[in-house]
Design a protein around this ligand. Structure first.
Ligand SMILES: NC(=O)c1ccc[n+]([C@@H]2O[C@H](COP(=O)([O-])OP(=O)(O)OC[C@H]3O[C@@H](n4cnc5c(N)ncnc54)[C@H](OP(=O)(O)O)[C@@H]3O)[C@@H](O)[C@H]2O)c1
Length: 364
């Protein structure tokens, strides 16, 4: 008989929708390859949920949400006060995976409750694991750490966390991790390198939809810092967000502007960034927006790197992580891949679910 695993999904935005469609599309493959059947116990958005959705009906649910309608207004949708209500009394926790594709810290109590009752969890949402360190400890306490996956919190579906965990499993000592964790900032850096002005390249990224609706959400470096914090905590650093030195790509006086004013005043920064680019170029270096995790500290900001390093050669929106370890020696282990996109992020979540189903199956 096939193993049956129930899914509860928080968040039906870009990533959550791709997760549902990929689950439905892969159902036959999951059965043939893993003898595994996923069923959808519940899907929730910020104030409602739908229960027991057949996999062949996910498209209708996704279309409903894409039409900007709430899940509570779906045919058998119900209001939901809190995500916690959905996991309070799980009927079959040891066969349940809770997926967090929301973008809020308010799912933390529900995720912890689910884990405590024996369910497995995976998340694309960075906020739970980059919130207070005490939450990190709760999520990763042994033995339930085996029922936790979070590949898509860092670098979308590209396997940065998996590689990191394999190095840890092999007892290799990780001395430094250096990476670029923002497709948007990669795009900006490549444009600068080609000689474009800072204002021009940021405005282009904004028009192409590469930035968040407020580009400062990318340019502040906070999102990169969250990802770096998750990787740093994974290798044992006991740090909080406030411990991270972050260099934003705009001055503090630009914080109070609205988006239009902000974009309009970017030209004031052109000379400063052109100068940094030329200084780097004169030393055969290029500018990259880098997170560095080393000696129990994290720094996030602009770095001038040799064009001959893996990150120096990186172009466009791709992300890269270099792991400097005892065993790998001077040549880092390098992982490169897309760092954003609903489909890629969802693929990381699905792969996590397959792994977690295996863990649940072998749990006593
Ligand atoms: N997009 C990417 O490329 C990418 C890559 C890596 C990681 N991520 C992360 O993946 C997550 C999802 O991204 P996204 O682009 O899909 O975001 P999104 O389009 O903004 O969707 C977020 C969803 O979360 C729901 N939500 C909010 N509060 C909730 C709650 N308390 N309980 C349940 N659902 C709740 C929202 O519901 P309403 O519709 O009711 O507001 C919405 O459906 C984010 O944390 C993001 O940082 C995204």
């Amino acid at each position: 008989m096939a193993q049956r695993v129930e899914i509860i999904l928080f968040g039906l935005g870009n990533v959550g929708s791709c997760v549902l469609k990929q689950l439905a599309a892969a159902a036959q493959n999951h059965l043939l390859r893993y003898n595994l059947e996923f069923s959808l116990a519940a899907v929730a958005d910020s104030n409602g949920y739908v229960a027991n959705i057949p996999l062949n009906a996910v498209n209708a649910l996704v279309q409903h949400k894409q039409a900007k309608k709430a899940l509570a207004d779906y045919s058998n949708g119900k209001k939901l006060n809190s995500a916690l209500d959905l996991v309070q009394n799980l009927s079959n926790p040891s066969s349940t995976i809770v997926i967090d594709c929301s973008a809020t810290e308010s799912t933390i109590p529900a995720l912890l409750r689910a884990m405590q009752s024996g369910a497995a969890i995976t998340m694309a949402n960075k906020k739970p694991l980059s919130s207070n360190y005490s939450n990190w400890l709760e999520f990763t306490a042994a033995p339930r750490i085996h029922r936790l996956r979070y590949e898509s919190t860092v670098g979308a579906g590209s396997p940065f966390i998996t590689v990191c965990n394999r190095l840890i499993a092999a007892n290799d000592k990780i001395n430094k991790i250096q990476g670029t964790f923002s497709g948007t900032l990669g795009f900006v850096m490549s444009g600068l390198e080609r000689g474009e002005s800072y204002s021009n390249i940021v405005q282009k990224a904004f028009k192409l939809g590469y930035t968040e609706p407020d580009p400062r959400d990318d340019l502040s470096g906070k999102d990169v810092a969250r990802k770096a914090l998750i990787l740093a905590r994974t290798i044992g650093y006991k740090l909080e967000m406030d411990d991270i030195k972050i260099e934003p790509l705009y001055p503090t006086q630009f914080e109070s502007l609205n988006v239009e004013q902000f974009l309009g005043r970017l030209g004031e920064l052109d000379e400063q960034y052109a100068q940094k680019r030329e200084e780097a170029k004169n030393n055969n270096q290029v500018l990259r927006y880098v997170a560095k995790i080393e000696q129990n500290t994290i720094t996030v900001g602009l770095q001038a790197l040799s064009q001959n390093t893996p990150i120096g050669r990186l172009q466009g929106t791709e992300n890269m992580v270099e792991f400097y370890t005892e065993i790998y020696g001077e040549k880092p282990l390098v992982v490169q891949g897309a760092g954003a996109g609903g489909e890629i992020t969802a693929a990381g979540v699905i792969a996590d679910c397959i792994e977690l189903a295996g863990v649940l199956k072998s749990s006593p």
